[in-house]
Design a protein around this ligand. Structure first.
Ligand SMILES: [Zn+2]
Ligand SMILES: [Zn+2]
Length: 264
């Protein structure tokens, strides 16, 4: 299996560190064959009201992102394959704009990171509010609506809700199964998120990837892909969480894929 990674951030999201080139050099050092940059997407918020955010680049920073990644792709083409992607929510009011945007900008792929409901100015963060059953239901609904657009290559941290949910109870099982079944039907891989594994390990709190969620994914027969979700270039070089993820998925008998469908 090739060691590829399609979940990589840059400093533009304002909560990551390491230059773009440092991420590429760490990936080469780690033996990664294909590196996809998938920084948190900008949206076309009205500039007059948008207060900015600490979770994504501004729209006017996108040109620099694209130019930098394409320059690195050319510079290191003999050592590593580089793809230009984005990690994207599902914000209905912006989706028509966004679909035009990814075509115009020739984005290679997008992954679904269903972080917020509505938008990140007004909507709640799903990582914090899903102890409430109604919010967990909404997370599932947004996830499935998003995937039905057909633009997303995979579902990042599908069990993000376990960041805020205290118990993996019967309702959590039902929602998890519905998400997994929808992904299976649409042939959307589920990402086993290494940044989440690191947080769970360090805090001694089982957040995501949650074993009960992945047990259900294995039963449903989903495809899995390992995503680093690197917010620091050194995370790409860390083999500990990668090997643990691989071992967990192998124990579950899941099909682990190492490449994704691209938009172009
Ligand atoms: Zn992030
Ligand atoms: Zn991410």
């Amino acid at each position: 299996m090739a060691k590829n990674n399609y979940h990589t951030h840059t400093e533009r999201c304002k909560h990551a560190s390491g230059s773009d080139e440092a991420f590429v050099l760490s990936a080469i050092k780690a033996g990664i064959q294909e590196l996809g940059f998938s920084d948190h997407t900008p949206w076309n918020y009205a500039p007059s009201t948008y207060k900015g955010s600490n979770v994504r680049m501004f729209l006017d920073e996108f040109a620099g992102y694209k130019q930098s990644i394409l320059a690195l792709k050319e510079k290191y083409k003999d050592q590593i394959s580089i793809k230009l992607g984005l990690e994207v929510e599902y914000f209905p009011k912006f989706m028509d704009w966004f679909i035009d945007f990814i075509k115009k900008e020739e984005i290679d792929y997008v992954i679904l990171g269903n972080h917020f409901h509505g938008d990140d100015e007004t909507g709640p963060y799903y990582g914090h509010v899903c102890d409430d059953d109604a919010m967990l239901e909404l997370y599932k609904q947004d996830t499935i609506k998003a995937l039905k657009t057909g633009i997303y290559s995979y579902l990042a941290h599908p069990d993000l809700f376990m960041r805020g949910r205290k118990h993996f109870d019967a309702f959590t099982k039902k929602i998890s199964r519905e998400i997994c079944e929808a992904c299976k039907e649409m042939d959307i891989p589920l990402e086993y998120n290494l940044a989440g594994a690191e947080v769970s390990h360090i805090t001694h709190q089982q957040q995501y990837p949650h074993p009960d969620f992945w047990q259900i994914a294995a039963e449903v027969g989903n495809k899995a892909i390992i995503g680093c979700d690197a917010h620091n270039n050194r995370q790409l070089e860390n083999e500990y969480y990668y090997n643990q993820a691989k071992a967990h998925l192998d124990t579950l008998g899941m099909e682990v894929i190492d490449t994704i469908n691209f938009l172009r």
